[in-house]
Design a protein around this ligand. Structure first.
Ligand code: GLC
Length: 568
């Protein structure tokens, strides 16, 4: 029965819009004399919601769990958390198969829990960034259910449907990133639909203006609900060649047994940039930030993602940095020089939910804790914004499944044993020494590794030399030291194969970072006369383990690190 609107129900939305616009205007203000925005001073932290904190002890993390950890995040020195998809989803790809973009999966809570989490975040100065999945939906999304129901369905053209080449033959040779053909035949209408990822993740047709409008409106809807930005999933693959040319076939096969293929005709299309510009316009209405999952092979491609005139992504992730998989000062130097040459603000990542944890990638099996501290001190002191991955700060290790039947990530089952999937880097956060690392009273969806007994928040909080306390010290320094926040990056001793060192310098304040990436002690001398220091004196701000500095000479232990103030 229609009801007449009461006065409060008319006024409330107006008030909310008014406060929202005040908040949005405040968000867009520069935070320093250099004109930097809030996200350039912020430290981001990725939360995998299934695995962070389980408030109702059902073995899977949830939003109330995240809310309960806001003070932990604040004390750690985190300013914004990016939560991987928590929308309703059949969970084939653990949330990256979205069935409703404007709700919360009951497994994680409700929209009211989400609002509480935003409010709790505000109290602790932790902003919320959601994960936006524009490339594809779940095959259970009502749009796709309608789309596949008939060739004339209202949502038919929201996805990419094509006839096969011939009986039993897909339209072309494109291979899904997750194995098998990128085309699946749907018997109801006898056409194939396209999916860059799993068959349960049909690609949206971004050439349809209705899709674009709905997706842009969805981001606006979340900004109004208090979200400070999005991490945009799989943007490289938003568009594909409408003429469906075959992709070039390369020699050999991959872990899934498919022929190796160059994805020439189904990624990096110029139209991607037009969409990013539109998403950015909406983000700018709220002073929000767009982070990109941008897998690029070179700096020129990464640079394009900032947009000409900085009108696309503020924070495209530099995954080329993660491809330096060993402690190699020369390789790190050249990657940093390259990203500093791009025209946008660098974004550094060393771990995430798709790549094995940095603890294992860089660790040598004997000095892993020292190396974890070294890597933390490294990327958290570079010029740019870091995005941490939950658990990295306590030295969490990969816990790969040892038996195929235990694997949860589908690519680990289809690619076993060559590809074990991504379960190993997604295990529950290790909070304390209680069973299941204090994550849940019930057995969690993935098991914690035995090392949780030593590597957990409670134990490490009490140990001044823990990985956790090193991260806390570096993050605290980074938030207060202007040279680290604003300073230029100047590489030092560039022919040294073992010690990575650089200055961060801003208006007469200079910080030197020296990282011994080798397993033997190293003495290093710095000549800083070119930087205006006749006789440089180094005053230690953070060292691990203790490092001795005499004038401009330092000695670092194996995998030792020093962050020092430089004075005359
Ligand atoms: C991104 C996500 C990954 C997911 C894929 C498909 O690469 O990071 O976890 O499986 O997109 O959505």
């Amino acid at each position: 029965m229609p009801r007449r609107s009461s006065l409060p129900s008319l006024i409330l939305p107006l008030l909310l819009t008014f406060f929202y616009s005040l908040f949005a205007a405040a968000q867009a203000k520069p935070v320093d004399a250099e004109g930097h925005q809030w996200w350039q001073h912020a430290v981001f932290y990725e939360v995998y919601p299934r695995s962070f904190a389980d408030s109702n002890d059902d073995g899977v993390g949830d939003l109330n769990g995240i809310s309960s950890k806001m003070s932990y995040l604040q004390e750690l020195g985190v300013d914004a958390i990016w939560i991987t998809p928590c929308y309703p989803s059949p969970q084939i790809d653990f949330g990256y198969d979205v069935a409703d973009y404007r709700n919360i999966d009951p497994m994680y809570g409700t929209l009211a829990d989400f609002d509480r989490m935003v409010a709790e975040g505000r109290k602790h100065h932790v902003r919320i960034i959601l994960d936006f999945v524009p490339n594809h939906t779940s095959d259970q999304h009502p749009w796709f259910l309608d789309s596949k129901s008939s060739r004339t369905a209202p949502h038919r053209d929201w996805y990419i449907w094509r006839d096969g080449k011939g009986p039993g033959q897909p339209p072309n040779n494109w291979i899904s990133g997750f194995g098998g053909s990128a085309w699946t035949l749907d018997p109801t209408t006898n056409q194939y639909y396209y999916h860059f990822f799993y068959a349960q993740q049909p690609d949206l047709n971004w050439r349809n203006p209705a899709v674009e409008k709905e997706m842009l409106d969805t981001t606006r809807w979340w900004y109004k609900r208090g979200v400070s930005g999005f991490r945009l999933d799989a943007v490289d693959t938003l568009f594909e060649d409408p003429a469906l040319h075959d992709n070039p076939v390369l020699p050999g096969t991959n872990a899934q047994g498919d022929p190796n293929i160059e994805n020439k005709n189904n990624q990096y299309f110029p139209e991607v940039h037009q969409v990013l510009q539109k998403l950015r316009k909406v983000a700018d209405e709220s002073g929000a930030v767009l982070i990109g999952e941008t897998w690029t092979a070179n700096i020129a491609d990464l640079d394009r993602y900032y947009g000409q005139g900085d009108n696309e992504l503020q924070m495209p992730m530099d995954f080329m940095f993660t491809s330096v998989d060993k402690l190699s000062p020369p390789e790190f130097r050249s990657q940093i020089a390259a990203v500093n040459g791009a025209h946008g603000w660098p974004v550094f990542v060393i771990s995430n939910h798709d790549i094995p944890r940095s603890y294992n990638r860089y660790g040598d099996g004997k000095n892993n804790d020292a190396i974890a501290k070294l890597m933390g001190a490294f990327y958290l002191t570079l010029r740019g914004t870091p995005i941490m991955y939950y658990g990295e700060e306590i030295g969490m290790e990969n816990n790969d499944p040892t038996r195929k039947e235990d694997v949860k990530d589908p690519i680990g089952r289809t690619g076993w044993p060559q590809e074990k999937g991504r379960d190993g880097e997604r295990t529950p956060m290790q909070w304390n020494t209680a069973p299941n690392a204090g994550f849940s009273k019930k057995d969690p969806w993935l098991p914690v590794p035995p090392s949780y007994q030593t590597h957990n928040v409670a134990t490490e909080s009490k140990d001044p030399n823990s990985v956790l306390n090193l991260y806390k010290k570096v993050l605290a320094l980074r938030h207060t030291n202007q040279a680290l926040l604003e300073g230029s990056y100047i590489a030092l001793n560039e022919d040294d194969p073992n010690v990575m060192s650089y200055l961060r310098s801003y208006r007469g304040k200079t910080v030197l970072v020296a990282l011994n990436m080798s397993a033997s002690p190293k003495k290093t001398i710095f000549n800083l006369s070119q930087q205006g220091f006749g006789r440089a004196n180094l005053k230690s701000l953070i060292a691990s383990p203790e490092a001795s500095a005499k004038g401009n000479e330092i000695t670092l232990e194996p995998f030792g690190l020093l962050i020092a103030e430089v004075t005359q």
